[in-house]
Design a protein around this ligand. Structure first.
Ligand code: SAM
Ligand code: MG
Length: 214
């Protein structure tokens, strides 16, 4: 039977990347997706913006919505300070199984908690289940119709504090007009657009960084 794209990404990682070396895992995936098969990872160009936002913030508690194969998980986790924790949510069990192996190959399983399930089910349970007060940084990269409802849900559940940074991918392509309108017009956020390109293409896309003001 034919393999799936995530299975092919995992094979490439095992063949081309050094065990325990997150940068080599990132490079192997980027090379494969640029030259062989496109995949919905944040990619190298927007990934550099993601890196700089994370480095500047030095977050200790991080939430990622949408793991896929674990590419952005590894990007974020590799630059987190010692003791930091990243919780990443993925509702597709096949993707989650691949991501677990990719994250382990990068040697980052101690920093990352991959949780299987839907964001809308998990967000209300995160505080109690993981003993988390609030997140310092949230990366939104799951299905685009969930950005706005899940942001409002995180507010309601008290997961955001004054200064929490939300970083949203694909705000132009495929686009999240309802979310952009909300964070750009709400007095509870200060929002900035980082212009870039859709992963592995020349089409315009970008990241929206929104600081929660409480
Ligand atoms: N962040 C990843 C990266 O850059 O490497 C890419 C994530 S991919 C664009 C989106 C993922 O979110 C898919 O794997 C999809 O199954 C998952 N997803 C979509 N909606 C979700 C939801 N409501 N809860 C949990 N996972 C979801
Ligand atoms: Mg994306």
């Amino acid at each position: 039977t034919r393999s799936s794209r995530p299975q092919r990404l995992l094979s490439v990682v095992k063949k081309r990347a050094a065990h325990g070396d997150p940068q080599s895992v990132i490079s192997a995936i980027d090379y494969f997706c640029r030259h062989n098969e496109w995949a919905m990872n944040v990619g190298d160009e927007k990934g550099c913006i993601l890196d700089s936002v994370v480095s500047e913030l030095n977050p200790e508690r991080v939430l990622e919505l949408g793991t896929y194969c674990g590419y952005s998980t590894i990007r974020i986790a590799r630059i987190l300070p010692p003791g930091a924790r990243l919780i990443t949510l993925e509702f597709n069990p096949d993707y989650a199984a691949i991501a677990r192996q990719v994250i382990a190959w990068a040697g980052l399983e101690d920093k990352v908690q991959l949780v299987e399930g839907a964001s809308e089910d998990w967000i209300p349970r995160i505080k109690e289940h993981f003993g988390i007060e609030t997140f310092d940084f949230v990366f939104l990269d799951h299905w685009k119709d969930r950005y706005l409802p899940d942001t409002k849900l995180m507010e309601e559940c008290g997961l955001l504090r004054k200064g929490t940074v939300l970083l949203a991918d694909n705000v132009i392509c495929p686009g999240v007009p309802d979310y952009l309108q909300y964070v750009r017009s709400s007095p509870s956020y200060e929002s900035y657009y980082f212009k870039s390109h859709l992963e592995y293409t020349q089409a315009e896309d970008g990241l929206e960084k929104s600081v929660f003001l409480g």
